[in-house]
Write a protein that binds this ligand. Structure first.
Ligand code: SF4
Length: 247
């Protein structure tokens, strides 16, 4: 992506991130810290959530890797302009080494594993094996996946949802044109798939979460009507950052 475009995207995001916080607060959403994490919580829940969790405090004290983000592959079928996972390395570890790494992390204190990418569901069997191993063998408390939602079949949910606590889907717009401009495929079908996945999460008892990156194409889109219909348990709103040499 052209640098000037990125810079303007970042500036817009900085300003619009603040505006969005005001809008979300007015709509009854709760903003946690400065991460633009918005959840339709009660004030009691909000007070509890806005404090650091006990596990986070323990991690600070002991240096244990309590919450781990794992990127099995950086490959993705989308080309979002702000993304820093641009397939700089398509390498995927063999299963035995994946398991060994996860076991060492669990022994060192890992309680939460989040699988991201790239698009994790370009390797659905691998992802299935990882979530199963983490729940069945390692007894990891929370296992989550972040996906762009374009490659999740219901058959995967049928088989592996029992090993998954949270499924987060990235959604930057509810308009095909905007999704196209951002680099989210041809923009067609994204919204339908999103609602389908939200339904599957209910059906298979997985928490459904949404992630949105504010950028120059979506900064003035009011997404609240659709978000209220989707009712994610949490909606995370990000501003994009420039990572030197990556995006
Ligand atoms: S969907 Fe996610 S991983 Fe794929 S290009 Fe977009 S931001 Fe990057």
């Amino acid at each position: 992506m052209v640098l000037s475009s990125l810079i303007s995207t970042e500036r817009v995001a900085l300003v619009t991130g603040a505006l969005l916080i005001v809008l979300l607060a007015k709509r009854g959403y709760t903003i946690i810290h400065n991460q633009y994490v918005a959840s339709p919580l009660t004030s009691q829940q909000s007070a509890a959530t806005s404090k650091p969790e006990a596990t986070e405090l323990e991690a600070l004290e002991t240096n244990a890797p309590v919450s781990v983000n794992y990127f099995p592959s950086r490959r993705c079928n989308y080309t979002c302009g702000f993304c820093f996972h641009t397939d700089t390395s398509p390498f995927i570890l063999p299963d035995d080494q994946v398991k060994k790494g996860l076991r060492l992390l669990q022994e060192a204190g890992m309680r939460k594993l989040n699988i991201a990418g790239g698009e994790p569901f370009l390797n659905p069997r691998l992802i299935g094996r990882i979530v199963k191993y983490c729940k069945e063998d390692l007894k990891v408390e929370s296992v989550s996946i972040i996906s762009n939602g374009s490659k999740i079949p219901e058959s995967w949910m049928e088989r592996y949802a029992q090993y998954l606590d949270i499924l987060a889907i990235s959604c930057d717009s509810f308009h095909a044109d905007t999704n196209r401009s951002i680099g989210r495929g041809d923009g067609e079908g994204n919204v339908d798939r999103l609602f389908k996945i939200a339904e599957w999460c209910k059906k298979y008892d997985v928490k459904f979460k949404l992630n949105t990156v504010i950028n120059k194409y979506n900064w003035n889109e009011d997404m609240t009507t659709e978000i209220e219909k989707l009712r994610p348990f949490r909606w995370k709103v990000f501003q994009c950052l420039i990572v030197a040499g990556e995006n």
